[in-house]
Design a protein around this ligand. Structure first.
Ligand SMILES: Nc1ncnc2c1ncn2[C@@H]1O[C@H](COP(=O)(O)OP(=O)(O)OP(=O)(O)O)[C@@H](O)[C@H]1O
Length: 353
């Protein structure tokens, strides 16, 4: 980083877009995270990818959307300066030190939904919602981050590509190659994250695009054109044999009726009938039973045992001991790491290779 304004502290990690470094604003002493974005297809010396992220984030100012503090260019890079975050939801979900209560799941989901609602109000799809793109800010708020794939939807010539959203959180319309899609793709992803918060393991961890659809249909039942009008006309539609929906109650053993009802509304096949973020926030789930945990409570709980963000490259997901896995067996390459205990779920049998 070659800005006199920021003093490099340490490398935090590296994503597909570039290196992220912890730094200090020498003028104010504020700790920030600087994301150095490699040049993509450059126009006028600035990466279009970086420009897109800058533009979207500058428009959305919300406690549940990561703050873009500054942006500057250095040689061939664009540096995006973000508020520094303490950990991410992936690290929290995988931590065996943390027992996530119903109130905490509720608090997390409420913050995620508020962030998504803010994005959607600004005609922005996040498009890559997943636990490691949801960061815990120093104020205890969860913040949606990594807008690298976000696009303004509804713009005249969107040329939307269906290769978006990490597979496990990808909506069925994207898996069937829909070229026109909207905010409902983020709501499917929110549903998968909600399920993962309760289960403590990814809900639908498909190995491939086809396996992703198989996992979705095994969980939710195979849809037909009555349930999802227009499904068979989608460009990538493939006919699957009929399987009935899994009994949700058998998997989410301790989840409340309201939690299951809301989960079902996120995971509706027809994108037009899928619940919106604004409506989800009005669901009785948030007003019945224990109230959602506050940001201050989440901060205390999720940072108690220090769960620093771990760069996925540095995570050893195969050798950690697990009560769910026979000693010495490696867990399947893609399935995340050791599932911590959950009061919501029946311990799900992991498949081994
Ligand atoms: N604001 C932040 N504060 C603290 N750490 C951050 C911040 N933003 C990103 N990181 C960390 O830096 C690393 C790289 O993040 P980045 O968003 O570039 O990629 P990623 O989400 O890990 O992967 P990908 O780009 O493939 O989605 C990750 O470990 C991430 O958690």
């Amino acid at each position: 980083m070659s800005s006199k304004k920021y003093k490099n502290i340490k490398k935090l990690g590296e994503g597909a877009g570039g290196v992220v470094t912890q730094a200090e604003d020498v003028g104010t002493g504020r700790i920030v995270a600087v994301k150095k974005v490699r040049m993509g297809k450059a126009k006028d010396g600035i990466s279009m990818e970086a420009l897109r992220e800058i533009k979207l984030l500058q428009e959305i100012k919300h406690p549940n959307v990561i703050e873009l503090v500054d942006a500057f260019s250095s040689n061939t890079n664009v540096n995006l300066v973000f508020e520094y975050c303490l950990t991410d939801l992936d690290a929290v979900i995988r931590s065996r030190e943390i027992f996530i209560t119903e109130a905490e799941v509720k608090g997390c989901l409420q913050m995620i939904l508020r962030g998504v609602e803010a994005c959607h109000k600004h005609w922005t799809l996040h498009r890559d919602l997943k636990p490691n793109n949801i960061l815990l800010g120093t104020d205890g708020n969860l913040k949606l981050a990594d807008f690298g794939l976000a696009r303004i939807h509804g713009s005249p010539n969107p040329r939307l590509t269906h290769i978006v959203v990490t597979r496990w959180y990808r909506a069925p319309e994207l898996l069937f190659g829909a070229r026109q899609y909207g905010t409902a793709i983020d709501m499917w992803a929110v549903g998968c994250v909600f399920a993962e918060l309760m289960l403590r393991v990814p809900y639908l961890p498909g190995d491939s695009e086809i396996d992703q659809l198989v996992k979705i249909f095994h969980a939710r039942g195979t849809p037909d054109d009555d349930i999802w009008p227009g499904m068979s006309s989608l460009p990538g539609y493939v006919k699957f044999s009929h399987v009935p929906a899994q009994d949700h109650r058998a998997l989410f053993t301790a989840a409340s009726e309201q939690a299951l009802d809301l989960l079902n509304k996120f995971l509706v096949f027809d994108p037009l009938k899928r619940i919106s973020a604004a409506d989800a926030l009005k669901h009785p789930y948030f007003t019945t039973g224990p109230p959602p945990s506050s940001a201050a409570d989440l901060l205390k709980k999720f940072t108690k045992n220090e769960t620093p963000i771990v760069n996925p490259d540095q995570k050893d997901r195969s050798n950690n001991a697990s009560p769910f896995r026979a000693p010495g067996t490696a867990c399947r390459k893609d399935d995340g790491s050791t599932p911590p205990s959950s009061q919501f779920a029946t311990k799900r049998k992991l498949e081994f290779t």
